[in-house]
Every structure is written in structure tokens, then in C-alpha cells.
Design a protein around this ligand. Structure first.
Ligand SMILES: [Ca+2]
Length: 206
């Protein structure tokens, strides 16, 4: 019994502290077509997007190989696919899998926008974050929790497709879910335990 309770507590602890699933990307893998500055800030090394159902908000995060705040003109574009006709503008530079219906652009100067609506952006060292209300991204037949995303870095001092530095992920990946609040997780664990105990009693009678 005590072992089972301990296992449940460990499971609850994991559920409460689990981080969003992050996509990792190699260092120094700028696209051959990229003609901009090879800044660490334009080299994506990991990224994640989670959907917080409680707040109806997407939580965006990217980590780069260098400090972001000082890299003037660096931008990070999160592409979202929420159903309907997609844009696939990057086949010519070897990224045909990047398909999106809307974008959120975060800038190294701390500004950001979802479409034409400003989005608060936070920068800390090599990391950039933003919370984006799901209502800002148009949907067509895909639930917010099932949204797919991709990310690419841009040197905005360069024109055309040659401005796109690094794609990570370069195919569509589904948003992760923000872990449910601890009290809800505890309730779930309690219910699981009751079910387990009931099944064990039933098995003992059989
Ligand atoms: Ca990279």
C-alpha cells in the first residue's frame, strides 16, 4: 500500500512539474540560401509551443545559440496551422514541409505581433518568450489544442527568401498541453487510486 501511495505521489509530482515538450535543433545549421549575418541569436537550438487551455493562450518559447537582445534586426516567426488553406512559401529554399495559416513574429527588440495585433515579448539571454491569446489566431476546423506549429529565424536586414536563417522545427509539430494544475492532477490521481482499489477488490472476489 505505501509503495502504491508513493508511486501515486511521484506521478502527481511529475504531472505538476512537467515542462512543455521542446524541439531541439543543431547549432550552426544555417540554410545554404541564407545570406544574412551568422549570429548566434539567429541559430535556433530549441523551441516549444504549448497551449494553455485554462487561459486559452499559446505559450511560445525559443532558445538560440547567442544573446538575443543585442542582435538588432533578428526576428523569430512562429507559423501556426489551424486549418484551412496553408501557405508554403519555403519550398524553393528546401523547406517544403513548413505550412501555416497564420504567424506570430517576435523581434529581438522586444516587440511582437500576431497578425497586426501587438504581442508582449520577453527576452532573457538566449531565450525569447511570448504569451499569445488563441483568439488572435484565425481557426478553420482545427481546435486550438490540436494546432500545429513551426518556427524560423529571420535576419530582417536582408530581403527575400535569403533572409530566412534557420528552421526548427521545419515540419509541422502539434502544440503540447500545459500540465493541468496540481489540485486537478491530485483529484485525477485520487480517482485513479479508487478505481485501482475497486478493481483489486473485484479481482479478489472473482
Ligand atoms: Ca540551429
Amino acid at each position: 500500500m505505501s509503495h502504491l501511495v508513493h508511486s501515486l505521489l511521484v506521478a502527481v509530482g511529475l504531472a505538476a512539474t512537467a515542462n512543455a515538450f521542446a524541439v531541439t535543433d543543431p547549432r550552426g545549421d544555417f540554410l545554404p540560401s541564407f545570406t544574412g549575418r551568422h549570429l548566434g541569436a539567429l541559430d535556433i537550438v530549441s523551441a516549444d509551443v504549448a497551449f494553455d487551455a485554462a487561459d486559452d493562450t499559446f505559450l511560445l518559447h525559443a532558445t538560440t545559440a547567442g544573446p538575443i537582445a543585442g542582435a538588432s534586426g533578428a526576428a523569430y516567426v512562429f507559423g501556426f496551422n489551424l486549418g484551412g488553406p496553408t501557405k508554403t512559401p519555403f519550398a524553393a529554399i528546401g523547406e517544403p514541409g513548413v505550412a501555416f495559416t497564420s504567424t506570430v513574429t517576435l523581434q529581438s527588440n522586444g516587440t511582437g505581433a500576431a497578425g497586426a495585433t501587438p504581442v508582449a515579448t520577453r527576452i532573457s539571454g538566449d531565450d525569447i518568450f511570448a504569451s499569445v491569446p488563441a483568439a488572435l489566431l484565425p481557426t478553420s476546423g482545427v481546435a486550438d489544442a490540436d494546432a500545429a506549429w513551426s518556427l524560423w529565424s529571420v535576419d530582417t536586414t536582408v530581403a527575400g527568401l535569403a533572409r530566412n536563417a534557420d528552421f526548427a522545427p521545419d515540419g509541422e509539430i502539434r502544440v503540447s498541453a500545459v500540465p493541468e494544475p496540481a489540485p486537478v492532477a491530485l483529484m485525477g490521481a485520487g480517482l485513479g487510486f479508487l478505481l485501482f482499489a475497486a478493481r483489486r477488490r473485484a479481482a479478489a472476489r472473482a
